[in-house]
Design a protein around this ligand. Sequence first.
Ligand code: FAQ
Length: 340
Amino acid sequence: MYSQALDQRDPLDRRDAADEAPALEAGFQARIDAEDKIEPNDWMPEAYRRSLIRQISQHAHSEIVGMGPEGNWITRAPSLRRKAALLAKVQDECGHGVYLYAAAETLGAAREELVDQLLSGRAKYSSIFNYPTLSWADIGAVGWLVDGAAIMNQIPLCRCSYGPYARAMIRICKEESFHQRQGFEIMLTLCRGTDAQRAMAQDALDRWWWPALMMFGPPDSESRHSDRSMRWKIKRFTNDGLRQKFIDATVPQAQYLGLAVPDPALRFDAETGHWQIGPIDWDEFHRVLAGGGACNRERLEARRQAHADGAWVRAAAAAYAAKHAAPHPGPHPAPARAAA
Ligand code: FAQ
């Protein structure tokens, strides 16, 4: 890995590298400022590399854990069309996780280590996936709000300064936008249905609204990584900036559905042209991050079980790779002829 390679160098070379570091960093920042993409073999500050591995791996874990809440409803989808769409969506999330782990690997991270961090509970993944999906309307709300929030956050990541992450995000965002529409369409169908269906849609919005706003991360005043990530153009907008964009886009959609946003303080500020919300319960956010959400334990248990169930696949793949890496034994000797 990159850091090990640095450590193994001759001490004199290391001293030269330390002398060169300020110039290298200035050159690196100039490339970022010029909107160049940084590629895996380019020089980069160690902190940039680590910050990307942190963010990309948390993102990958979120996609993988995020299969759980919706996967829960595949067998109970109300029609074949809904089942096929949900199945495809959950498979897409798995694919996103895989591209993202591959992007983290280009930075020298070992995938096994990243997965181990998730399974041992040391890694973070998005707070949103620690909430339960209690009704079919929750599948609509997850697509509409959770994928909607994910897209708002991820479209700017298509312009991230790190090339492999930016390129992975382009495809991911195309798929996420389909996910958001399928969720909104489920909500629309329910809202045009019976009173009981409308009540189910309202109940889902009541439970998912605030957790969806928390997906954007802590307020800017408490965001420890934002300043540096913005300077390095990993992030293009702050957490509060993206949260506000999401609120402004989503409140009119709720109105179109005929649903009430569960916030008595919500009001449109004509001066700024933005919707203003009441206070977010950041204690709840921190409680969920610390493992105290309704489903933290269940989500990790599901990942551990899936990992254990997949052990034979990993063993078979390793055996297959080893067989193909071994030198070819050459043609079989001709069978000995029987004496005439
Ligand atoms: N949950 O200093 P900041 C999806 C952590 S994908 C848990 O502001 P940063 C698709 C943060 O990691 C959803 N932890 O951090 C889908 C940091 O912890 P650390 C995931 C959170 O990185 C849909 C600490 O708090 N998307 O939904 C959360 O500058 C449907 C301080 O925070 C991404 O990962 C949170 N909500 O900004 C799948 C997008 N927020 O590392 C299935 C990429 C913050 O110091 C179904 N990531 N933290 O221990 C990002 O854009 C950023 O990492 C942020 C956080 C914006 C999430």
